[in-house]
Design a protein around this ligand. Sequence first.
Ligand SMILES: Nc1ncnc2c1ncn2[C@@H]1O[C@H](COP(=O)(O)OP(=O)(O)O)[C@@H](O)[C@H]1O
Ligand SMILES: [Mg+2]
Length: 229
Amino acid sequence: MSTSPIIELNGVRIFQRENLVLNNVDFTVHPGEFLYLIGRTGSGKSSLMRTLYGDLPLAHGEGSVCGFDLRKLERSEVPYLRRKLGIVFQDFQLLSDRNVNDNLVFVMKSTGWKDNKAIEQRVQEVMEQVGLGNKGYKMPHELSGGEQQRVSIARALVNHPELIIADEPTGNLDPETTEEILDLLFNISKTGSSVIMATHDYTHMKKLNVRVVRCEEGKLLEVSAAAAQ
Ligand SMILES: Nc1ncnc2c1ncn2[C@@H]1O[C@H](COP(=O)(O)OP(=O)(O)O)[C@@H](O)[C@H]1O
Ligand SMILES: [Mg+2]
Protein backbone atom coordinates (compact mmCIF):
# COMPACT_ATOMS: atom_id res chain seq x y z
CA MET A 1 0.00 0.00 0.00
CA SER A 2 1.24 3.47 -0.86
CA THR A 3 2.19 5.67 2.05
CA SER A 4 2.27 8.95 0.12
CA PRO A 5 -0.19 11.57 1.41
CA ILE A 6 -3.84 11.43 0.37
CA ILE A 7 -4.03 15.22 0.50
CA GLU A 8 -1.15 17.60 0.04
CA LEU A 9 -1.64 21.35 -0.30
CA ASN A 10 1.25 23.81 -0.45
CA GLY A 11 0.91 27.57 -0.55
CA VAL A 12 -2.70 27.28 -1.64
CA ARG A 13 -5.06 30.24 -1.84
CA ILE A 14 -8.77 29.61 -1.98
CA PHE A 15 -11.07 32.20 -3.47
CA GLN A 16 -14.82 32.61 -3.69
CA ARG A 17 -15.25 34.96 -6.65
CA GLU A 18 -12.76 37.77 -5.97
CA ASN A 19 -12.69 37.19 -2.20
CA LEU A 20 -9.71 35.44 -0.67
CA VAL A 21 -11.20 32.90 1.76
CA LEU A 22 -8.05 31.03 2.84
CA ASN A 23 -4.48 32.16 2.27
CA ASN A 24 -1.23 30.22 2.35
CA VAL A 25 -2.73 26.83 3.08
CA ASP A 26 -0.21 24.07 3.79
CA PHE A 27 -2.03 20.88 4.62
CA THR A 28 -1.10 17.20 4.55
CA VAL A 29 -3.33 14.21 5.30
CA HIS A 30 -2.02 10.65 5.37
CA PRO A 31 -3.81 7.38 4.60
CA GLY A 32 -6.19 6.36 7.37
CA GLU A 33 -6.01 9.70 9.18
CA PHE A 34 -9.18 11.05 10.82
CA LEU A 35 -9.47 14.75 11.33
CA TYR A 36 -11.90 17.43 12.21
CA LEU A 37 -12.21 20.71 10.38
CA ILE A 38 -13.65 23.41 12.60
CA GLY A 39 -14.24 27.15 12.34
CA ARG A 40 -17.11 29.63 12.40
CA THR A 41 -19.73 29.77 9.69
CA GLY A 42 -18.22 31.54 6.69
CA SER A 43 -14.63 30.77 7.72
CA GLY A 44 -13.96 28.62 4.64
CA LYS A 45 -14.56 24.98 5.65
CA SER A 46 -16.85 24.18 2.72
CA SER A 47 -14.62 26.13 0.33
CA LEU A 48 -11.64 24.02 1.39
CA MET A 49 -13.62 20.81 0.97
CA ARG A 50 -14.98 21.85 -2.42
CA THR A 51 -11.41 22.50 -3.51
CA LEU A 52 -10.46 18.99 -2.39
CA TYR A 53 -13.21 17.33 -4.43
CA GLY A 54 -12.63 19.41 -7.52
CA ASP A 55 -15.71 21.60 -7.25
CA LEU A 56 -13.71 24.81 -6.78
CA PRO A 57 -10.78 24.97 -9.22
CA LEU A 58 -7.37 25.44 -7.61
CA ALA A 59 -5.80 28.50 -9.20
CA HIS A 60 -3.04 29.39 -6.72
CA GLY A 61 -0.49 27.10 -5.10
CA GLU A 62 0.04 23.36 -5.41
CA GLY A 63 -2.37 20.65 -4.46
CA SER A 64 -2.94 16.95 -4.91
CA VAL A 65 -5.74 14.66 -3.73
CA CYS A 66 -5.59 10.87 -4.19
CA GLY A 67 -2.83 11.30 -6.74
CA PHE A 68 -4.69 13.92 -8.82
CA ASP A 69 -2.89 17.21 -9.39
CA LEU A 70 -5.54 19.82 -8.58
CA ARG A 71 -3.83 22.51 -10.67
CA LYS A 72 -3.99 20.33 -13.76
CA LEU A 73 -7.38 18.81 -13.08
CA GLU A 74 -9.65 19.18 -16.11
CA ARG A 75 -13.40 19.26 -15.65
CA SER A 76 -13.61 15.99 -17.56
CA GLU A 77 -11.30 14.33 -15.00
CA VAL A 78 -13.34 15.34 -11.96
CA PRO A 79 -15.51 12.17 -12.09
CA TYR A 80 -12.35 10.04 -11.89
CA LEU A 81 -11.21 11.93 -8.80
CA ARG A 82 -14.71 11.53 -7.29
CA ARG A 83 -14.50 7.75 -7.68
CA LYS A 84 -11.66 7.75 -5.18
CA LEU A 85 -13.68 9.86 -2.76
CA GLY A 86 -16.77 9.49 -0.67
CA ILE A 87 -18.60 12.76 -0.09
CA VAL A 88 -21.18 13.21 2.65
CA PHE A 89 -23.34 16.30 3.04
CA GLN A 90 -25.45 17.74 5.84
CA ASP A 91 -28.67 17.24 3.89
CA PHE A 92 -28.04 13.57 2.87
CA GLN A 93 -28.97 14.16 -0.79
CA LEU A 94 -30.74 10.84 -1.28
CA LEU A 95 -32.99 10.28 -4.28
CA SER A 96 -36.51 10.30 -2.84
CA ASP A 97 -38.13 8.32 -5.67
CA ARG A 98 -36.42 4.98 -4.98
CA ASN A 99 -35.55 2.78 -2.07
CA VAL A 100 -32.28 2.86 -0.20
CA ASN A 101 -30.63 -0.03 -2.02
CA ASP A 102 -31.53 1.53 -5.35
CA ASN A 103 -29.95 4.80 -4.24
CA LEU A 104 -26.68 2.91 -3.89
CA VAL A 105 -27.17 0.96 -7.11
CA PHE A 106 -27.72 4.24 -8.98
CA VAL A 107 -24.32 5.56 -7.88
CA MET A 108 -22.61 2.24 -8.60
CA LYS A 109 -24.00 1.97 -12.13
CA SER A 110 -22.97 5.54 -12.89
CA THR A 111 -19.44 4.79 -11.68
CA GLY A 112 -18.93 1.75 -13.86
CA TRP A 113 -20.34 -1.25 -11.94
CA LYS A 114 -22.02 -3.72 -14.31
CA ASP A 115 -22.27 -7.14 -12.67
CA ASN A 116 -25.62 -7.23 -10.85
CA LYS A 117 -24.53 -9.96 -8.45
CA ALA A 118 -21.41 -7.99 -7.45
CA ILE A 119 -23.53 -4.84 -7.05
CA GLU A 120 -26.03 -6.63 -4.81
CA GLN A 121 -23.24 -8.06 -2.69
CA ARG A 122 -21.46 -4.73 -2.26
CA VAL A 123 -24.72 -2.94 -1.38
CA GLN A 124 -25.36 -5.49 1.36
CA GLU A 125 -21.79 -5.15 2.65
CA VAL A 126 -21.85 -1.37 3.01
CA MET A 127 -25.38 -1.36 4.42
CA GLU A 128 -24.22 -3.78 7.09
CA GLN A 129 -21.14 -1.67 7.73
CA VAL A 130 -23.36 1.31 8.60
CA GLY A 131 -25.71 -0.84 10.70
CA LEU A 132 -28.66 -0.92 8.29
CA GLY A 133 -28.31 -4.42 6.87
CA ASN A 134 -32.06 -5.07 6.93
CA LYS A 135 -33.39 -1.65 5.86
CA GLY A 136 -32.37 -1.53 2.23
CA TYR A 137 -35.94 -1.97 0.98
CA LYS A 138 -37.14 1.19 2.76
CA MET A 139 -37.79 4.47 1.02
CA PRO A 140 -35.62 7.35 2.30
CA HIS A 141 -38.61 9.13 3.87
CA GLU A 142 -39.35 6.03 5.95
CA LEU A 143 -36.03 6.42 7.77
CA SER A 144 -34.97 8.74 10.59
CA GLY A 145 -32.47 11.53 9.91
CA GLY A 146 -29.67 9.49 11.47
CA GLU A 147 -30.57 6.47 9.35
CA GLN A 148 -30.67 8.59 6.20
CA GLN A 149 -27.23 9.90 7.01
CA ARG A 150 -26.04 6.30 7.47
CA VAL A 151 -27.37 5.54 3.99
CA SER A 152 -25.48 8.48 2.56
CA ILE A 153 -22.33 7.19 4.29
CA ALA A 154 -22.98 3.72 2.82
CA ARG A 155 -23.31 5.36 -0.59
CA ALA A 156 -19.99 7.13 0.01
CA LEU A 157 -18.35 3.79 0.81
CA VAL A 158 -19.39 1.71 -2.21
CA ASN A 159 -16.24 2.40 -4.23
CA HIS A 160 -13.78 1.79 -1.36
CA PRO A 161 -12.81 5.47 -1.14
CA GLU A 162 -9.31 6.51 -0.15
CA LEU A 163 -10.79 9.64 1.37
CA ILE A 164 -14.15 10.56 2.85
CA ILE A 165 -15.05 14.24 2.91
CA ALA A 166 -17.98 14.99 5.18
CA ASP A 167 -19.26 18.56 5.31
CA GLU A 168 -21.15 19.02 8.59
CA PRO A 169 -22.71 15.55 8.35
CA THR A 170 -24.37 15.91 11.74
CA GLY A 171 -25.66 19.46 11.27
CA ASN A 172 -29.28 18.26 11.12
CA LEU A 173 -29.09 15.58 13.81
CA ASP A 174 -29.78 15.47 17.53
CA PRO A 175 -26.85 15.02 19.95
CA GLU A 176 -27.28 11.28 20.47
CA THR A 177 -27.54 10.54 16.76
CA THR A 178 -24.60 12.87 16.14
CA GLU A 179 -22.50 10.79 18.50
CA GLU A 180 -23.38 7.58 16.62
CA ILE A 181 -22.59 9.08 13.21
CA LEU A 182 -19.26 10.45 14.44
CA ASP A 183 -18.35 7.06 15.92
CA LEU A 184 -19.25 5.43 12.61
CA LEU A 185 -17.01 7.80 10.63
CA PHE A 186 -14.21 7.33 13.12
CA ASN A 187 -14.46 3.54 12.78
CA ILE A 188 -14.41 3.86 8.99
CA SER A 189 -11.05 5.64 9.25
CA LYS A 190 -9.77 2.54 11.08
CA THR A 191 -10.50 0.47 7.96
CA GLY A 192 -8.03 2.55 5.93
CA SER A 193 -10.01 5.43 4.40
CA SER A 194 -8.91 8.88 5.52
CA VAL A 195 -11.78 10.97 6.87
CA ILE A 196 -11.98 14.75 7.00
CA MET A 197 -15.05 16.10 8.65
CA ALA A 198 -16.33 19.63 9.14
CA THR A 199 -18.24 19.95 12.37
CA HIS A 200 -19.36 22.18 15.20
CA ASP A 201 -19.47 19.26 17.62
CA TYR A 202 -16.67 19.57 20.15
CA THR A 203 -17.68 16.88 22.61
CA HIS A 204 -16.70 14.05 20.34
CA MET A 205 -13.33 15.46 19.32
CA LYS A 206 -12.38 15.95 22.94
CA LYS A 207 -13.39 12.38 23.72
CA LEU A 208 -11.28 10.96 20.90
CA ASN A 209 -8.41 13.42 21.09
CA VAL A 210 -7.87 13.34 17.31
CA ARG A 211 -6.27 15.83 14.95
CA VAL A 212 -8.14 19.11 14.57
CA VAL A 213 -7.60 21.90 12.04
CA ARG A 214 -9.37 25.22 12.18
CA CYS A 215 -10.28 27.82 9.56
CA GLU A 216 -9.80 31.19 11.16
CA GLU A 217 -9.25 34.68 9.78
CA GLY A 218 -8.24 33.42 6.37
CA LYS A 219 -5.85 30.76 7.61
CA LEU A 220 -5.87 27.03 8.19
CA LEU A 221 -4.33 26.22 11.57
CA GLU A 222 -3.52 23.01 13.44
CA VAL A 223 -5.06 23.07 16.91
CA SER A 224 -5.14 20.56 19.74
CA ALA A 225 -8.46 18.87 20.43
CA ALA A 226 -8.29 19.97 24.05
CA ALA A 227 -8.02 23.63 23.00
CA ALA A 228 -10.80 23.44 20.42
CA GLN A 229 -13.93 25.47 21.19
N1 LIG B 1 -20.89 30.05 -3.90
C1 LIG B 1 -20.32 31.12 -3.32
N2 LIG B 1 -20.17 32.29 -3.99
C2 LIG B 1 -19.60 33.36 -3.41
N3 LIG B 1 -19.13 33.37 -2.15
C3 LIG B 1 -19.26 32.24 -1.43
C4 LIG B 1 -19.86 31.07 -1.97
N4 LIG B 1 -19.85 30.10 -1.02
C5 LIG B 1 -19.27 30.66 0.05
N5 LIG B 1 -18.91 31.94 -0.17
C6 LIG B 1 -18.23 32.83 0.78
O1 LIG B 1 -16.97 32.27 1.07
C7 LIG B 1 -16.67 32.41 2.46
C8 LIG B 1 -16.41 31.03 3.07
O2 LIG B 1 -17.64 30.28 3.04
P1 LIG B 1 -17.71 28.72 3.32
O3 LIG B 1 -16.54 28.08 2.70
O4 LIG B 1 -19.06 28.28 2.92
O5 LIG B 1 -17.53 28.71 4.91
P2 LIG B 1 -18.01 27.63 5.99
O6 LIG B 1 -18.24 26.34 5.29
O7 LIG B 1 -16.89 27.59 7.00
O8 LIG B 1 -19.27 28.18 6.61
C9 LIG B 1 -17.82 33.16 3.09
O9 LIG B 1 -17.50 34.53 3.13
C10 LIG B 1 -18.97 32.91 2.11
O10 LIG B 1 -19.86 33.98 2.13
MG1 LIG C 1 -19.90 25.12 5.21
